[in-house]
Design a protein around this ligand. Sequence first.
Ligand code: 9PG
Length: 424
Amino acid sequence: WQSWSPAGLYRADATSPRPARPVWQTMAFRPERPPPATGFQGEGLLVVDPGDGGAVRVFSSPDPARDVASIRARLAGRRILVEATGEVHEEAFEGDVACALATWADGLGRRMGAPTTAPIGPAWCSWYCYWREVTAGDVLENLDAIDALGLDVAVVQVDDGWQAGLGDWLEDSPAFGDLADVVARIRATGRRAGIWLAPFMVGERSATAAEHPEWLVAGADAGFNWDQRLRALDVTHPGAAERLQAIIRRLAGLGIDYFKIDFIYAAAMEGGRRADASGLDAYREGLRLIRAAAGPNATLLGCGAPLLPSVGLVDAMRISPDIGTHYEPPDGDVSQPSGRGAVLAGRARAFQHARLWVNDPDCLLARPGIERREAWAEHVRASGGLAVSSDPLRALDEWGLETTRRLLVPSSPEPVPPGAAIGH
Ligand code: 9PG
């Protein structure tokens, strides 16, 4: 369904990954469509390889801007039964699964107007070293280090932590410091300034939730994070739409032209809206509002984003759960931060690069203390996608610095040839 949802290639008698906790169904799988206990469920896309050299079958939603069917498959004796909640097309492709997906994605990208994949990056991002406690000083320290170490970084992106509150994006957090000054200093070095925000997420404790309960999607529980329950912004409400665009315009006015728009699954949730619009209609309208306010030359990077409904509306897309300092995920759930989960989904969605958008495999972490950092670096390099360093640059050892230097290149304008197997 979305950036953080697992994807992979499995034996026919296996069961695809399931959320280990109920809140992860909402925040990493498809909120309204819990899967059956066993078998497979793909959202808008499911592929069956008969394994005997016969044609690979691709089952998919023909127009995922309008409807994304939940497509289920289960083994019944010697057959695989496929069923779906909505309209699904079945196509047969010669060749292996990776080739079938490449051809299928070429067609979808054309139909949905995927942007031409001009190279993006390389970048540096504050998240995987400073987390929510990031300050202006931390960003400026790394800006200095980029120059001192002679690293090729085109975009410096401030992640979660600069904002006053979750849903309160018009003001900065006093603990962060002066965002306008940080942006000006980044731009003074000739680099682009980027920012993270979760534009459709409204924390229960935010000023926005208190002042404008009518801007929230009625009945939609968007999960729990930042120590609070989360609600979804109803972009079909004119007041909410105006506020959303005012937020983006203010950030663009500071000189920001790279937006990592995160947790945007919230806009697509089912629930009561001001207008008679489906979750997917509202979601796509929300993305169009952001694009109009950010300007045609801004880079939009989707994250926590419904994948297929975003084609044509974002320049780049996170296609896997977060990388973590640990290789194994919490509770064994591969939708959660971990090397294992990020590599699994990243390989399975490698075919999307330069066909639907620029793939973001998640940040390069090359400092000591990152479990299996060599394998992770190789995964990021081979993806051909966005190269974003997220280490405290002064903490890199010799291997880390050499690897960061080597991997910080613009994204590839071409799809990557199917390399390592998609599966486990
Ligand atoms: C900032 C981070 C980084 C990261 C994103 C995203 O379910 N959760 O509570 C949850 C928390 C964080 C998260 C994903 C899910 O990570 O992928 O790169 O920007 O937000 O908070």
